[in-house]
Design a protein around this ligand. Structure first.
Ligand code: ZN
Length: 306
């Protein structure tokens, strides 16, 4: 399927109907609770596995710019000027996925899979069909109103579709933990660096910590603190503990250096008497109603002092 560029006009979606989205989206989770009993992760795995099988690919990339997974889900993808990464809607009985046209191809691909996750979850909950048949629901299903649990499941779904566990492990395991290797995995799987690092850490393929952060200038002198936006560790109990506050005092200079550079910045850091290899690169992030914001995506790998 090819995508078409559309400029969002006020008239296009004026038939928007106000439903009680909160209630409805909680219904998705409520209805799935029985299936997902015990582990929603297992349920999402089974659901996404079926789709990977249907796709029939065994080597990355699992999705190209043709958005194969959307086709499998029976959805049409359009690129639009929207204030978020993506939107899913059912319009006149057709499922539409809108992706932010300003995003990179990798992010668009992830967004499509995230929305496909919503579609499949709602299908499994038998709520999507109902919504297309009833006039009252012939409006938009705007995804930001779905519950957090559903969002988490849609994210897991997207990670599974684009980086199926077995294949991803096989490709990532032999590689040395480094940002460069994460970048080449991202290229191989056609995923963003952030999504790739999250997958590495959540599957525990490498022993490392990923941080998504910004440098914060301290008043008066040339000191930098680090504001942590996201912190994920694959090292159980070992090494670095999750910062209790959003700010940490280590790595400020390195994070700042990466923030103002186009290159991967590497530095050795001592944190709580332990040695770490810091590797970071600037990545932008889409913030609602603000637009693009730069952050630093970094990994910390335990190191032996030289
Ligand atoms: Zn969502």
């Amino acid at each position: 399927m090819h995508t078409v560029l559309v400029k969002r006009t006020a008239s296009a979606f004026q038939t928007m109907i106000k439903t009680r989205p909160k209630q409805r989206s909680n219904k998705v989770i409520a209805r799935l609770r029985n299936h997902a009993e015990g582990s929603s992760t297992k349920f999402v795995e089974a659901l996404s596995h079926r789709m990977i099988q249907a796709l029939g690919r065994t080597e990355p990339p699992f999705q190209t710019e043709a958005f194969e997974y959307a086709t499998l889900a029976g959805a049409k993808v359009i690129e639009a000027d929207i204030a978020s990464a993506g939107l899913m809607s059912v319009f006149n009985g057709r499922i539409l996925i809108e992706v932010n046209r300003n995003d990179t191809p990798e992010r668009k691909s992830y967004t499509v899979c995230h929305e496909v996750g919503h579609i499949e979850l709602r299908r499994a909950a038998k709520l999507l069909a109902a919504s297309t048949n009833r006039k009252a629901y012939r409006g938009r299903i705007v995804n930001e109103v779905s519950s957090r649990a559903e969002e988490r499941m849609a994210d897991q779904f997207a990670a599974n579709l684009l980086m199926p566990e077995e294949v991803f492990r096989e490709k990532a395991k032999p590689l040395e933990p480094s940002l460069e290797n994460a970048i080449s995995l991202a290229r191989m799987f056609r995923t963003s660096l952030g999504a790739t690092l999250r997958r590495i850490v959540s599957l525990g393929v490498w022993d490392c910590v990923m941080i998504w952060c910004t440098p914060e200038k301290m008043k008066g002198d040339d000191e930098w603190a680090v504001k942590i936006q996201e912190f994920k560790s694959s090292m159980p109990g070992g090494g670095l503990s999750y910062p209790r506050h959003k700010y940490v005092w280590w790595g400020g200079k390195a994070v700042h250096k990466a923030f103002v550079s186009d290159l991967v910045v590497k530095e050795m850091l001592v944190i709580d008497d332990k040695n770490w290899r810091f590797e970071g690169r600037r990545e932008w992030h889409y913030v609602r109603s603000v637009g693009r914001q730069n952050r630093v995506m970094a990994i910390l790998v335990p190191a032996v002092a030289s």
